[in-house]
Design a protein around this ligand. Structure first.
Ligand SMILES: Cc1cc2nc3c(=O)[nH]c(=O)nc-3n(C[C@H](O)[C@H](O)[C@H](O)COP(=O)(O)OP(=O)(O)OC[C@H]3O[C@@H](n4cnc5c(N)ncnc54)[C@H](O)[C@@H]3O)c2cc1C
Length: 409
């Protein structure tokens, strides 16, 4: 079968001494949610793609990360054909709570913004996407070492990698850099070709995962004098809880007992239930960062997801932004192959960045209002006043709700 746009075979393989050469339409670097979702959307559109992932599938599935999905994300997952288990097992949340000075204030998301969010773990989305890719015979190379981007600035890019001691080279039309913040794609672009915007926060989040029924019905974000805490969940039998911690802290300094005692003091006695007895199945510390790179397109290379931007997790936007980037990239590639229309590819960066910056603003705002920052008394008063205004003003709550459930795609 030939590709209408390039006139070349969609996929082919040749073998030379010590090197295999393959051709595909799109090489996707990274099998996180961004790469797997793009692969699935392209597969359904009949566009050939190969995913290269440096880790094993088990390792990727073992990473505990996001859990709150916007309605737009849920819609894209349905469009990709991976909505069935999500519909059965995902938990619809129509509100969130903010704890402050010993009181909890509910933000009625559905009532104020007309939409809800869905709680469904990133690990489950990844598993669903891996399963459907395997069923559709989509090619994913796990444990692909030394992935390198070649000639991405001209019309015939290539990507090479090593696997089991053999070097492989893939000729392609486009490269999708879905390889996260520490990946090779953005790092391959000379730094004078883009502008990076960054803010690093002076604290981290210590997260604990435990198999225990959550004693809360909706997420609780708490601003306490001892620091931020978040009561979250992944399913009706699994909690995910966080406390703001020092960047110098190590996980081994935090026994389960210490974590739960700190969590209790920050979130309030009424919210902790029997959790103090729940044993952790995972604990990790994540630094908090805001980061955006502009533009997202470099010749034939397109960045998507954490490769292009990072948000602090307070607004639950990281995964949702990865999904919107991927959706825009999928639409642009589809129009290129089906209609020979280059405009959506040309506008990809601008289209993504409009949404990215709004999510960055909201994540920064949530982080600013809910954590204890080192700093002056004026900033602290501003934070307190901002929260009081939020609790008193329906307009302020509507603004928060509109952003939390996700701006339109
Ligand atoms: C510890 C942690 C906790 C988080 N918690 C939340 C949360 O609670 N809520 C929220 O909304 N978001 C959260 N996030 C953010 C969210 O998980 C990310 O936004 C999301 O994973 C982005 O998906 P992605 O596919 O773009 O990147 P990733 O998930 O990072 O996937 C990138 C993939 O590329 C692979 N890769 C990297 N380099 C190479 C290479 N050279 N060659 C081949 N493959 C490569 C990686 O192994 C990885 O599998 C969290 C992130 C972290 C790190």
């Amino acid at each position: 079968m030939h590709d209408r746009a390039s006139g070349l075979p969609r996929s082919s393989t040749t073998s030379e001494r010590g090197l295999t050469r393959t051709r595909t339409q799109v090489v996707i670097v990274g099998a996180g949610p961004a790469g797997l979702l793009l692969g699935q959307l392209l597969l359904r559109a009949g566009i050939d793609a190969v995913i290269l992932e440096r880790r094993s599938a088990e390792y990727v599935l073992g990473r505990i990360r996001a859990g709150v999905l916007e309605q737009g994300t849920v819609d894209v997952l349905h469009q990709a054909g991976v909505g069935a288990r999500l519909s059965r097992e995902g938990l619809v949340h129509e509100g969130v709570e903010i704890g402050f000075r010993g009181r909890r204030h509910r933000i009625a998301l559905k009532e104020l913004a007309g939409k809800s969010v869905m709680v469904y773990g990133q690990t489950e989305i990844t598993r669903d996407l891996m399963d459907i890719r395997a069923a559709g015979n989509g090619k994913t190379v796990y444990q692909a070492d030394e992935v390198a981007l070649l000639d991405w600035q001209n019309a015939s890019p290539r990507v090479s990698y090593r696997k089991d001691g053999v070097t492989h080279e893939i000729d392609c039309d486009f490269i999708a850099g879905c390889d996260g913040f520490h990946g090779v794609c953005r790092a391959s672009v000379p730094s004078d070709r883009y502008q990076a915007f960054e803010r690093i926060y002076p604290f981290g989040w210590l997260g604990l995962l435990a198999d225990a029924p959550p004693p809360w019905n909706e997420l609780i974000y708490a601003n306490s004098e001892r620091g931020f805490a978040l009561a979250s969940l992944r399913s009706p039998t699994r909690v995910r809880c966080y406390v703001q911690c020092s960047l110098e802290d190590r996980v081994d300094q935090w026994s389960d007992a210490r974590f739960w005692e700190e969590f209790r003091q920050r979130i309030g006695e009424g919210a902790i239930g029997d959790l103090a007895r729940a044993a952790s199945i995972e604990k990790s510390i994540a630094p908090l960062r805001s980061f955006v790179v502009e533009p997202l397109r470099f010749g034939r290379l397109f960045l998507a997801g954490d490769a292009a931007h990072i948000v602090p997790p307070t607004g639950a936007k990281g995964l949702n932004l990865a999904v919107s980037d991927v959706f825009y990239l999928y639409e642009a590639l589809r129009d290129h192959y089906r209609e020979r229309d280059e405009r959506p590819l040309d506008h990809y960066s601008t289209r993504c960045l409009r949404r990215i910056w709004k999510a960055e603003r909201f994540s920064w705002w949530m982080t600013r209002q809910l954590h204890q920052f080192p700093g002056d008394a004026f900033s602290k008063r501003m934070q307190e006043t901002e929260l009081e205004y939020l609790f008193e003003s329906r307009a302020a709550q509507t603004s928060m709700a509109e952003n939390y459930v996700g701006l339109p795609l």
